[in-house]
Design a protein around this ligand. Structure first.
Ligand SMILES: [Zn+2]
Length: 376
């Protein structure tokens, strides 16, 4: 696979079957080079030829032949590592999940080596369950709970796990014998929505995810935004009140001190495990609900003025929030951002559901290992 193969495959993924002439035009490759490259892709089964039906009355000649992606030609493993959770999937080349598995464990006793072993166990079980031939597995994408290095090999920090600089890609590549890409887990979800979900037509997509913490990921023109090289957008650590409660990050009054599983369950006095409809429960406590909404509105308005997204997608508990949540955000945020941004701004729930994190891992790996044409 080379960089030009990646360019051809991206066009076929995003815009469907194309003629060789159209592919040559769009990739700016010569017809000879294009024919050579598609011959290689045809040989390994990644693309196929579709003969178009010739309309009756059309002049007799060679029927038009289009080249099309074969999504099932290969598969990718996607893993979402959250706080005490592993969600894994095997997807096709369009990030459609074929099989899924989940594992829950206690974060308190989880050293990186123990968690890596659990990931390996989950993935090995999933491969067996799927019946996918290992030769067809292109690699694995792992979404991790915190920023990653620029090479996307290491998780630089995880507050939930109290980790620093864990070399996930090296360890997993050795144990699973396949290429591995590491991505910040919410950035991976944002990428999946942008490539394969509700954000396919968005220019700048901001994904906001509520579980243990409040995370965010930004994708601009189909690429994760990597400010400072590591790509984390720390919406949860915007300070929304002065002299507020101590936050897990060491600061005080962060948005996360109002809007995280821990903060909300404490405020409405319910026990773990968390109900699936956490925000429906919170809504019945107007003081807690209104404070969380007010501070989130401020944070989203600030983020919109700074980053100018045209689509904001809500994931995790926010994807399952009562309709009044989305209504309130749709009403309260736009008046607080500049008119051109206000007019373009849309708010939607995640379209990939609970499996979005694992699909995100697969999407990150597909981008790097397949559609870029640069495999390790
Ligand atoms: Zn904080």
């Amino acid at each position: 696979m080379g960089i030009h193969h990646g360019a051809i495959l991206r066009i076929l993924r995003d815009d469907g079957p194309q003629s060789r002439a159209e592919l040559a035009r769009r990739t700016a490759l010569s017809p000879t080079a294009l024919t050579h490259l598609t011959a290689q892709l045809l040989k390994d089964g990644t693309v196929t030829e579709l003969t178009q039906a010739v309309a009756s009355g059309a002049p007799v000649g060679r029927p038009a032949v289009n080249v099309a992606l074969v999504p099932d030609a290969n598969a990718m493993v996607g893993v979402h590592l959250g706080a005490g959770t592993i969600h894994a999937t095997i997807t096709d080349l369009k990030a459609t999940p074929k099989v899924k598995a989940s594992l829950y464990f206690d974060t308190a006793s989880s050293e990186p080596t123990a968690v890596i072993r659990q990931v390996v166990k989950t993935v090995e079980g999933l491969i067996k369950k799927s019946g996918v031939d290992r030769s067809r597995l292109l690699g694995l994408g792992l979404g991790v709970p915190g920023p990653v290095d620029t090479e996307r090999r290491r998780n630089l920090l995880s507050i939930n796990y109290d980790w620093k600089d864990v070399p996930f890609a090296d360890e997993l590549e050795t144990m699973l014998s396949m290429p591995v890409v590491v991505e910040h887990n919410v950035s991976a979800m944002a990428l999946a929505e942008s490539r394969y979900g509700i954000g396919r037509n968005a220019t700048a997509l901001l994904y906001i995810y509520l579980r243990t913490g409040l995370g965010a990921g930004l994708v601009i023109n189909g690429r994760p935004f990597r400010p400072g090289g590591h790509g984390a957008v720390e919406l949860g650590h915007i300070q929304v009140v002065e002299h507020g409660e101590l936050c897990s990050c060491g600061s005080t009054g962060c948005l996360e001190t109002f809007l995280s599983e821990g903060a909300l369950t404490r405020a409405v006095n319910i026990d773990k495990p968390h109900p699936r409809q956490l925000l429906a429960v919170v809504e019945r406590h107007p003081d807690v609900w209104n404070a969380a909404l007010r501070h989130l509105t401020t944070a989203i308005a600030s983020a919109t003025n700074l980053l100018n997204p045209d689509l904001i997608v809500f994931g995790g508990h926010l994807a399952e929030a009562p309709e009044s949540f989305i209504d309130s955000i749709r009403k309260s945020v736009p008046p607080r951002v500049l008119p051109p941004m206000r007019d373009a701004l849309r708010f939607e729930r995640s379209s990939l559901g609970n499996g979005g994190g694992a699909i995100g891992g697969a999407a990150a790996a597909l981008d790097q290992l397949f559609y870029s044409g640069v495999s390790r």
